[in-house]
Design a protein around this ligand. Structure first.
Ligand code: GUN
Length: 300
């Protein structure tokens, strides 16, 4: 079997088009523009690239982008003061503080300071709790993107056995909650799971989110399974020339493609979905803040 490629890049482009169309209607009908504030502290090059892309895509769909670039020696108190200002700014409907933050700042203090209604990352304990009990709340962007791709690829997920490899707060745990909501039987596996390949071979759906390059091998995949690869790992690529590198996922793509029915590539799979879902969460947050029914095609 050669797996179908799940084209996250094209799905995300379609989602951004839907977002742009909702943004235009909200402006025309209500005179409202969704606003996303992105805060970055310090000069980590990877974080700077993410933040630049977030701001660019926010503007491309017609939303307002508020970028705050703070020096690496910013104090926790100054960052909390900025968050307080953004919490109280009616033009800001979503707030994202790019992680990681420098050592002098406690990330938990930062997350706890964000108004849950504006927490478009779904990092605050209030929103994590709501996700767990099934109350409406922003949904973590990467797991939401994975869920959208799975629904698009498989339709109804009821009864599927999903094995999530990785137990992070950012991906593994919220992914499990979303798949449970969609009536999957969910296993969260991790580095200490006994017979991880054997557990993985039971899966109709594999979500790999461990951050280890090509760890999931072809013979871990049940024939006909759907594989979602959240990993983005940079590895040496001497075949491309001296000092060259390339991006790979947590799944050995070629091997797994021989077994799976469908698989996300890296790059071009889950990655592009994350920012599109962030924009979708911001539109939803703006609607809820203004008593407007949020568009149904943007949320889980
Ligand atoms: N750093 C890496 N990924 C993320 C993310 O999804 N949200 C935030 N706030 N920071 C990140």
């Amino acid at each position: 079997m050669t797996a179908t490629r799940i084209d996250g890049k094209s799905f995300a482009a379609g989602l951004r088009e839907r977002i742009a169309s909702h943004v235009a209607s909200l402006k025309a009908d209500h005179g409202l523009v969704p606003g996303l504030a992105v805060v970055i502290v310090g000069e980590d090059p990877a974080s700077q690239v993410y933040v630049r892309n977030k701001a660019k895509q926010t503007e491309e769909v017609g939303m307002a982008s508020f970028k705050h670039e703070l020096p690496a020696d910013t104090s926790e108190a100054d960052l909390l003061a900025l968050i307080d200002k953004l919490n109280n700014d009616p033009a800001v409907h979503g707030i994202l503080v790019q992680m990681p933050v420098p050592d002098q700042i406690n990330p938990k203090a930062v997350i706890n300071a964000i108004e849950p209604a504006k927490d478009v990352d779904c990092f605050t304990p209030v929103n994590v709790g709501k996700l767990t009990i099934g109350d409406p709340a922003p949904v973590s962007c990467t797991p939401l993107g994975c869920l959208m791709l799975l629904r698009d690829s498989l339709g109804d997920l009821t009864g599927k056995h999903a094995v999530i490899i990785g137990r992070s707060n950012l991906v593994g745990k919220p992914m499990a909650q979303l798949l449970l909501r969609d009536n999957c039987t969910v296993t969260i596996a991790h580095s200490r799971t006994a017979d991880l390949p054997g557990v993985c071979r039971q899966a109709d759906i594999v979500v790999a989110a461990v951050g280890r390059a090509e760890m999931v091998k072809g013979d871990w995949i049940k024939p006909g399974a759907t594989v979602i690869d959240v990993g983005i790992n940079r590895i040496d690529a001497p075949e491309r020339g001296e000092g060259k590198t390339r991006l790979v996922g947590d799944v050995a793509f070629e091997e797994a493609s021989e077994k799976a029915a469908a698989i996300t590539p890296v790059p071009g799979g889950v990655g592009p979905m994350t920012i599109a879902c962030l924009l979708a969460n911001t539109v939803t947050a703006m609607c809820l803040a203004n008593g407007i029914e949020p568009p149904r095609d943007l949320t889980a």
